[in-house]
Design a binder for this molecule. Sequence first.
Ligand code: RIB
Ligand code: CA
Length: 310
Amino acid sequence: MDRCCLLIDTDPGVDDALAILMAHAHAEVVGLGVTAGNVGLAHTLANALKLVEVAAADTPVFAGCPMPLVRAAADAAFVHGADGFGDTGYDPAQRVPAAEHAVSAILRLARERDGELTLVALGPLTHLALALRLDPDLPKRIDRLVVMGGAVNGRGNTERVPAEFNIGFDPEAAHVVFEGWPQFDLVDWEATLRHGLDFAKVERWLMADDPRARFYAAISRRTRAWTRARGRPALMVADALAMAVAIDPAIVVTAEHHHVAVELDGALTRGATVVDWEDRMGRRPNARIVQTVDNGRFEALVAGALGAAC
Ligand code: RIB
Ligand code: CA
């Protein structure tokens, strides 16, 4: 597997953390753009800085937007903890964020590494929308965009039932990206539900004698307990699944190309991802909708990021 070159936009949170550890273990990471989402920007930024320290890397971290483009949105602290990392009270990282804004960093790095970067969006799409508005030609300079977001058949994970969190947090931003980016890979919540991680395997990987395993065991404890308490059959790690698709494109087993749009106004459906499955709208397919991946390869990428044997 060739080591790809990743630029990651993220709202760390617990599943973002696993994805970012995977990125550092299996790829080159040129930067982390940090947005509000799972929790507020102050926490997501501190979490991103800490993750770079845990990964023993020197990846630059760029602070971004503290809120969505138009309407404020509820966070996901009830899943990830008030601080986004399970409220463990970890020692803050010594490093500080870069002075450059996350949107500016996306535009600059895309020019400096023209055609080389895989852009991985693990949170609300606020930064990508602003970057597109500033530079509509951005997609020409990015080799590949992988988005964790959406619920392609309406089984979302927010109080607006068909909406998934990342899209639902900033629907206007997702609309701008989905309409302005010619072709991207979409890893949605329903694919996440199909590819949950076995609890027993995760527990075993987290026993590895590795600082990454110890840190992830601590910050994920609350989320793992919450997931089990809800009776879920496995650990859902949406961002880790999207990161696996970014790192190892050959992991994808089945996918479909269709146009995906974002509902902005429905009282019950704002933030829903609407897929033209029968290609009736006459709209060019903009998304490769990932449906299934090779579970063995997915598990190996996760275990490797924790310093564990699969
Ligand atoms: O719906 C799952 C997504 O929302 C993940 O990116 C998770 O971190 C949250 O941001
Ligand atoms: Ca996320």
